[in-house]
Write a protein that binds this ligand. Structure first.
Ligand SMILES: [Zn+2]
Length: 490
């Protein structure tokens, strides 16, 4: 009987963010052992559930180890990373011999002393299993792939969609590649090409939509096993930071290299056209004034996206809404445990003076002192996200306040506003508002596009502000667009 070993360890580290990633953040976000999450599968645990299902359907044995993921923030505490890694290695040693290893990782995890945690993890895995056992890794497309990862992984399969609604589908793809290798039907070989550019690439719009569809259509034919686009995670000042194309073929290394290079050149050529159409706060507020469609305008507060490591308590857009006199709006979610606690103490229906947001530092803007009514409360809430198989994100206790017709949602576990539940959990119907502000870079798009008349990506100050030229990089290569016009010139 064949035996596979599976585990998940990851986070997306914003090396510019001030909040450290410690054990508590893993505990609050996702920390399970041997499948103990049960039916409420967390987003980065979804691959483990898929692999278990596929393997058991074949009569294979599955040894599932740790499933640990932390909400993005600053660097992971060294001891915390090492303890998780060593736990997975101890489980792997105990499970030996295995026929394959399948890992769910993010691809942009940085710990104190480890700029490239994935390469470190994979070096440890190789040391245990040896050179010939297939090791498959599923990564978020916002990954910075290092040389060690490319050397020690047999196959890397990345999410293709941003928003990431295809996590289980890509887990299926990776299983298929590794299954072929385990059964000796195929011999996956992999190549990567460095596109020498950084940016944000929404797959909901052209030209990325067509590019992703083109790659998908090429897979499974002519010896092409898998093609992935690594968008990179630019808020990480490490040597490995940047975008890549990954190509996996059946035994044909030269073909994998040609494919990666040709697709990489095509991706690079789209660099200008792919970047999101950011607008200023003034432009967004001017547009709100003239908006009179039946469905809401949705404004994305991209710079305060918890999913990229931001505090999710910045007040720049809320301040502008109040100044503008907007009386039919909603904004969320503010990570503000103190405001939630006060709302719970006062109770639903209470009117009170309260200080909201602006608590984490200068990038959060000034705290706002407001007269508010508590309109909704929910304890131990979670929000659902995803496409085929919904996954669950704990968001803690939630409170909704009404301030002059603007519904302000606060919660106690910092989390990106990526589903309608972020409002409906506390009785706010985003679809019925004139203006809805979501603290999210792009994951909101899947749930909010159907209820929106228009979507605007608003660039204000914040820990995930999309202005790479204004950031201080000391380790990442500056021979990348947009730092230089043509990084291939030299
Ligand atoms: Zn991502």
């Amino acid at each position: 009987m064949k035996k596979i070993f599976t585990a998940c360890l990851g986070t997306e580290t914003n090396t510019f963010a001030s909040i450290p990633t410690g054990h508590q953040l893993f505990e609050e976000t996702c920390l399970f052992r041997k499948g103990s999450y049960g039916k409420n599968v967390p987003m980065f645990g979804a691959p483990l559930a898929v692999w278990r299902g596929r393997a058991e359907a074949k009569g294979w044995q599955v040894v599932e180890s740790l499933c640990a993921f932390a909400q993005p923030a600053g660097k992971t505490v060294k001891k915390v990373y090492e303890a998780f890694r060593d736990e997975i290695m101890a489980d792997l040693k105990a499970a030996m011999p295995v026929d394959a290893v399948l890992l769910s990782m993010h691809g942009a995890m940085v710990a104190e002393g480890y700029d490239d945690c994935e390469s470190d993890m994979l070096a440890h895995v190789r040391k245990v299993v040896g050179p010939s056992i297939p090791v498959g890794v599923e990564l978020d497309l916002h990954c910075n792939i290092g040389e060690g990862t490319l050397r020690d992984a047999t196959a890397l399969v990345l999410f293709k969609e941003y928003p990431h609604i295809d996590v289980p589908e890509r887990a299926d793809d990776l299983f298929t590649v590794i299954e072929g290798a385990v059964e000796g039907r195929s011999r996956p070989v992999m190549a990567a090409w460095d596109c020498r550019m950084i940016g944000v690439f929404h797959t909901t719009r052209q030209p990325m939509r067509g590019f992703v569809d083109k790659l998908s259509a090429m897979e499974g034919k002519d010896g092409v096993l898998s093609l992935s686009i690594a968008h990179g995670f630019p808020w990480s000042d490490i040597r490995e930071m940047g975008s890549k194309i990954i190509a996996i073929t059946d035994g044909d290394q030269a073909k994998a290299e040609t494919l990666a290079r040709e697709l990489g050149r095509e991706f690079f050529a789209m660099r200008e056209a792919t970047q999101p159409p950011y607008v200023t706060l003034d432009a967004a507020m001017a547009r709100v004034s003239s908006h009179n469609l039946p469905k809401p305008m949705v404004l994305a507060d991209v710079s305060d996206n918890a999913g990229g490591g931001a505090a999710s308590d910045s007040t720049f857009i809320l301040r502008a809404m109040l100044d503008k006199g907007i009386t039919d709006g909603a904004i969320g979610m503010f990570w503000d445990p103190m405001a939630v606690r006060i709302a719970i103490e006062a109770g639903e229906g209470a009117e009170l003076d309260i200080r909201i947001g602006g608590k984490l530092g200068p990038l959060s803007g000034p705290a706002l002192d407001l007269r508010a009514k508590v309109t909704g409360l929910k304890r131990d809430a979670s929000v659902a996200f995803g496409g085929r198989d919904k996954t669950y994100v704990p968001v803690g206790d939630m409170a909704a306040f009404d301030v002059g017709g603007i519904a302000i949602v606060c919660n106690t576990l910092r989390s990106q506003c990526k589903s309608l539940d972020c409002f409906t959990n506390v009785g706010v119907e985003p679809g019925s508002k004139k203006v809805v502000v979501v603290k999210s870079m792009q994951h909101f798009h899947a749930a909010y596009a159907p209820v929106a008349s228009e979507i605007m990506y608003v660039a204000v100050p914040g820990a995930v502000a999309p202005d790479f030229l204004a950031m201080t990089y000391l380790n990442a290569s500056k021979n990348q667009w947009p730092f230089v016009e043509d990084p291939f010139a030299t």
